[in-house]
Design a protein around this ligand. Sequence first.
Ligand code: COA
Length: 375
Amino acid sequence: MSAVVDPGLERTIAAETRLSDVQGQEGKLFLAGYPAEEIAPYATFEEMLHLLWFDRLPDRAELETFSKNLARRRELPDATIELMRSAASRQIQPMDALRMGLSSLDSSDRSVDEQALSVVAKTATIVATYHRLLNAQEPVPPNQEPGHVSALLMMLEGKTPTAERVRALETYLNTVSDHGLNASTFAGRVIIATHSDLISAVTGAVGALKGPLHGGAPGPALDMVFDIETADRAEPYLREKLDHGERLMGFGHRVYKVRDPRADILGEATRRLYRSGEGDEDLYNLAVEVEAVALRLLDEYKPGRNLQTNVEYYTALLLHCLGFPVSLFTPTFAVGRVGGWIAHCREQLETGRLIRPGATYTGQDDRTWIPLDQR
Ligand code: COA
């Protein structure tokens, strides 16, 4: 079989999936067949998980059972909490703590279904527990009553969230729950394809998500808007970055060559949250102006590259509007994406094929071993 070298794999189809259809040229995203903008703002996160894992929305009774099964797995083992305490005392960064927390979970003697529920439930608890510990607050023990997103907000903030806050965060988590064969999802699929376990796959995926070219961009995107301060400073500030060959965070995408449809879903969710009286509307207005200047300059500096706003830009604004600090942005992304990682792992397990691409050897040939004392 002849093969071509494709270093970023963008010309390689490595899997078939029914989970999400990312139409990069059209700027459309379908989640298990539903246009993202028609499902993300309305579904609960539990409905989204059920859809991704079982390929259909649950009926009322199924949703209740599914939600209960998820909720009763929220509690962390003592060893994980101790590990989080120790990490917080050393001021370990939150994505590293999430990786450590997940890898401390036990994968033995549990079915894939049980592990799946447990990993999703505990990802939220680890993120909230670590956030509080890092801020010198005692963790809020998980409550089994509310839905996943209410529970996450309660564990983070120690109080019952408003319906508007729950809806905004739920929309965000649904929007980012799955997105084709992105880097972290691919990492998870590679791991599970060896018939390892879901905890290992999700831990590896967290490592991939952490990078600034993937899930680590919303923090820098928001920093950029903060640094700019006023709309008149946007152009000189962004020009200086581009003159120095720097990338503008929150812009450009490997697949979307038009505006990322998730930017509009999150932009609308952010606007709705402001209307309910949350957040800093001036910052939002500034961000909209910065976005327009950035798009104009990207077109000028990188003509023909079609660099457009991506999901991270409005993620930053939405999470900031919810009062989340930048350190929580990428971990919160993981709380949503873990549903998609697991859905992909389940799909990968069904196809059962080890992922093992080739590499073209470009090193030297015919070397002869020289003992150390003769080199
Ligand atoms: N700002 C400025 N220039 C950018 C850019 C950005 N955000 N994104 C891409 N470019 C430029 C590259 O420098 C390159 O220019 P060149 O051909 O003159 O060297 C060209 O556009 C193509 O970039 P490339 O790295 O091949 O694109 P990619 O498909 O590998 O990159 C990203 C996709 C997302 C990694 C990239 O757009 C990026 O780094 N964006 C900023 C980080 C970010 O927002 N990440 C979140 C993604 S959801």
